[in-house]
Write a protein that binds this ligand. Structure first.
Ligand SMILES: [Zn+2]
Length: 82
């Protein structure tokens, strides 16, 4: 069981309502560090963790944002099986 957990990615959403900003990361992304990563600007906050990318995507659903804008370019959370 513990081994399965190691293979499971967690997803986090960096959200900054003041700037209408949201981005999805994997927990192991250097920008996220399981929600301990740097928070851009004032009012940024981590939401999560989510076990499913789809869940994170729903929570990150910022109005007017294309889904491509929500995915971190460092950890590519939309990709499966890495
Ligand atoms: Zn990331």
């Amino acid at each position: 069981m513990a081994k399965d957990m190691d293979h499971m990615d967690m997803y986090w959403v960096m959200e900054n309502k003041a700037h209408g900003y949201a981005r999805i990361h994997r927990g192991r992304c250097p920008s996220c560090m399981d929600g301990g990563g740097p928070r851009p600007g004032h009012g940024g906050m981590w939401r999560g963790p989510f076990t499913d990318y789809e869940d994170a995507l729903m929570k990150a659903n910022a109005p007017g944002k294309h889904p491509d804008e929500l995915n971190c370019s460092r950890c590519s959370p939309q990709r499966e099986g890495e």
